[in-house]
Design a protein around this ligand. Structure first.
Ligand SMILES: Cc1ncc(COP(=O)(O)O)c(C=O)c1O
Length: 296
């Protein structure tokens, strides 16, 4: 028995990918299945940590609303955690986020404020800043793009789990950039265990892409928590092969995940193709059913 659903955040399974990439004989590929978190995505960890640190610092007090720009999954995490802790949640999301994510956030009781579809996640960032400036006392804005506790959550938990689950054998880590919290924090944590671990980021090849949750850095507001110097490299990923790979994952591995997980696995395969042997770990950020439009 547990006293709060929030206790189930983290400690997600690390699953071997057996079929896809089996041509890379001496390379093992593993995926950290973050859709096992109670909010259904990799964002439960940083959302929970940023909220707890906000309470600790006296910035989030009873009656304040948790408000942040989010492409969807962080919003669902805030909505779930806000509900569990008793804080109202207001999410600023681009008008074109998937219906499913909107419905899930609404089911947790969050209020949604829409920014322009044309401006993507950057439009949501600008609108959230404006709302906070207009009414600073009303809101606690975790500011996931600039909050050091976003990567720190991954450094302290995701990295430690991967290290333990691979018995310290992990050689490469690769994952996509949204806020960059996952790649920066997990990368930092793994390199602290073993400086030889190589860390790669995956990003959409073009500014206009269909990989929800991921950011094309060159054409975006660069997150304050992002530091490219800490990475060993970056792979540009096209939308279509990433979508195809997420479909193959369901059919060939029995793992039904969203498109950014397909992009992440493409990155892992790219790493696998460049090395003779190794243990490559990536992240499966969320479940494929989050991309169905509604239930009816
Ligand atoms: C589906 C999906 N994939 C990947 C990411 C990227 O994670 P991060 O923000 O840690 O870079 C996100 C972030 O919101 C996401 O929603």
């Amino acid at each position: 028995m547990i006293s709060s659903i929030l206790e189930k955040i983290g400690n997600t399974p690390l699953v071997r990918i057996r079929e896809i990439g089996k041509e890379f004989k001496n390379v093992e590929i593993y995926a950290k299945c973050e859709f096992f978190n109670p909010g259904g995505s990799v964002k439960d960890r940083p959302a929970h940590r940023m909220i707890l640190e906000g309470i600790k610092a006296g910035q989030l007090t009873p009656g304040k609303t948790i408000m942040d720009p989010t492409s969807g999954n962080t919003g669902i995490a805030y909505a779930m955690i806000g509900a569990a802790l008793g804080y109202p949640v207001e999410l600023v999301v681009p008008g074109n986020v998937s219906e499913r994510r909107k419905e899930v956030a609404l089911a947790f009781g969050a209020k949604l404020t829409f920014s322009s579809e044309m401006e993507g996640s950057d439009g949501a960032i600008r609108l959230a800043k404006k709302l906070k400036e207009e009414d600073p006392e009303k809101y606690f804005m975790p500011d996931q793009y600039n909050n050091p506790f976003n990567p720190r959550a991954h450094q302290d938990t995701t990295a430690a789990e991967i290290w333990n689950q691979t018995g310290g054998r992990v050689t490469h880590f690769v994952t996509g950039i949204g806020t960059s919290g996952t790649v920066m924090g997990t990368g930092r944590g793994l390199k602290a265990f073993n400086p030889k671990v190589q860390v790669y980021a995956v990003e959409p090849a073009n500014p206009l892409h269909g990989l929800e949750g991921l950011k094309h850095m060159a054409s975006s507001i660069v997150p304050g928590i992002y530091d490219e110097n800490e990475l060993d490299g970056k792979f540009p990923i096209e939308t279509e092969p990433a979508w195809d790979l997420s479909e193959r994952l369901a059919k060939e591995e029995g793992i039904f995940v969203g498109h950014s997980s397909g992009a992440n696995l493409l990155g892992a395969l790219e790493v696998a193709s460049r090395i003779k042997e190794g243990v490559v770990v990536t992240i499966f950020t969320d479940s494929g059913d989050r991309y169905f439009a509604g239930l009816g």
